[in-house]
Structures are given as structure tokens and as C-alpha cells.
Design a protein around this ligand. Sequence first.
Ligand SMILES: *Cc1c(COP(=O)(O)O)cnc(C)c1O
Length: 358
Amino acid sequence: MPRPIQARIDLSALEYNLQVARRATGARIMAVIKAAAYGHGLLPAAEALAAADGFALLDLRDAARLRQAGFRQTILLLEGFFTPGDLPLAIEHDLSCVIHHAQQLAMLDSCPRRSALQVWLKVNTGMNRLGFALRDVPAVMEKLKRHSAVRDITLMTHFSHADEAAGVAAQMEVFETLAAPYRVARSLANSAALLRYPQTHADWVRPGIMLYGASPFGRGGAGQPNARQLGLKPAMTLHSHIISVREIAAGECIGYAGTFCASTPMRAGVVACGYADGYPRHAPTGTPVLVEGQRSRILGRVSMDMLSVDLSALPSADVGSPVTLWGEGLPVEEVARAADTISYELLCAVSGRVPLVY
Ligand SMILES: *Cc1c(COP(=O)(O)O)cnc(C)c1O
């Protein structure tokens, strides 16, 4: 029998969440499937999201794989091409390319004329990560419009605070001013903006996390809607088993460095799941977990292949008892909050040794 950990993926949840996005917007939907579809598996997720108008990811070879699998939608490379050598494959597979930097603009000149490349010009409106500065946009637009290798231009930007109190107003204002002179398609919204700010929807929205059934508003805590309140269905359940049970005497400590010590006699179980599976090592004692569907907590340090859980209130739990690390019955956002991270990181950190079961 293989080690009992698996990531169970409910592909119908992806389809369902795409419909939630569809109902929220009239814009075209670019399903973001970077990081192996946030850990859900690239091709199975793309198939479940086949009703999307486009897909966005990072890796040229993954994009080519989607084309070879028969997807005809727009496929956008979110960081564009990295060297001139990437361009022939991008052109062959009719991939849309983000252009965010002057060096990429220069690389375009190596394209054969009339390559008919679709370009998404990324502008920096305040995130200060990727994108051209405002003052450079007019010249870049002119160059792209006249470029013999470019067929079509979309203007895009990305929000830094769509999930936070500060919102999108400042960046929206900058974007609208710079985009006003151009009659081209526009794209701004990630999941948080799609759900919260209809004025950002424009021509293309770019939801990622919401398609996988997690809330983008994971860090706000009180007052922030969770996935269920947003009408989203979680697609991934990280599942394993108890592989050992022991009685712990008062005063005994558990795991590396003994960071948890029992104050009364208790029962602890060991779960086949550790940081090499993608479970966050920094999740502290008290991070929630489900054992036989009942809420419990992890105890002590997460180790590479195992973590310990409290079975004191679960007398029937034993070797073989099912454990849910997150997913059905335990929102990934809740585990993320306990571990001082975000659902995104947990989902895409599930490691290659964990089988994805559909
Ligand atoms: C990852 C990403 C998205 C999707 O963000 P979510 O918060 O997961 O919806 C959208 N746009 C860009 C440019 C991205 O890199």
C-alpha cells in the first residue's frame, strides 16, 4: 500500500467556480492556471475549466502542452518570453505574450515579419513589480502598433491591494488615465477585484484562486467573506491517515525541540504528512486539522514526513483513521491563517510526491 497521503481534487468544483465567476461578470474570463493550476494539476484543471475564454500561465512548454491537448482559447504567458529563443515556439502555438519590460520589446525585433503575435502590454500602476512606467507607455504603444510582428494589443495591469482595505481606487485612476487614448482591450482584475470591484472588469478578468474554491480575502480575518460566503466550492482536499498512536504522560514533550509539552496525560497520533509534502513547517501547535471528521489540532513541530495531532477528545481514533489537513470540512484559508500564510501558498506547495487523485 502506498503512503496514505493524497490530494483529492474535485474537478466539478472548478467548473462550478468558473460559473460563479461567469455570473459575476460580463467580461471574458482568463482562467489563471499557473503553478500547475495552483497545485491542482495543469491539464486536468484546464479540462475542467474548458469553458473559460482563455488560460494564463508562465511556462512556455506548459502552454505548448495545452495547445497540443487541443485547447483553442487564448493562452497568455503572464511573464511573456524570457529570451528571443522563446519566440518561435510562442508564435507557432499562437500564444499571447505579456510584454512588461524594454528588453522584451527589443527581443520582438527578432520575430519574422507578420508573425501576428498577440501582445498584452503590462503597465505599472502602483504594484511596482512588473510593467512599464506610465511615462513610457505612449512610446511603447506606438512601437507595438507599428511593429510588423504584432497583430493585437491588450493593455493590462495588476492590483496590489484588491484584497485589502486600500482597494483599487488609486491604481484604477492611474490606469484609466493612461488607457484613455487607446482603443484596445483592457484587463485588470484578479479574483479579489472580480468579486469586489465590478468597475475593474473591463474586457478580460483574470481569476485564479477563486476558481479553486478559496477566498482571495484570506488575510483580513473578521468581516472578510470566506469561500462559502462567496459561493465557492473548494476543489482540493489534502488527506492522509494516522499511522501511530501513543499515550503521552504529563510533562512529556512531542517532536523536534519539544515545542509542545503535555500538562495532563493525553493521547497523540502521528499523521503521514510533513513539510516535504507541502504542509507548512511553521504551522504552530493549535493549527486545525480534522481526524475522522472531528476537529482537532496539531501538536509540536511539523517534521519532514510527519506531524502529530491531539487525539485526547477522539477515543475512537486509531491507526488508519482518516485525517483532513485542509479541504472538505476545513477551509484551506483557516489553516493558512493559523500558519500565518495564505491559501495560495498552501495549495501550490503540495509537493510532487503527493499523488493527485481525481
Ligand atoms: C496570479 C495572477 C492572477 C490571479 O490572481 P488571483 O488572486 O489568484 O485571482 C491574475 N493576474 C496576474 C497577472 C497574476 O499573476
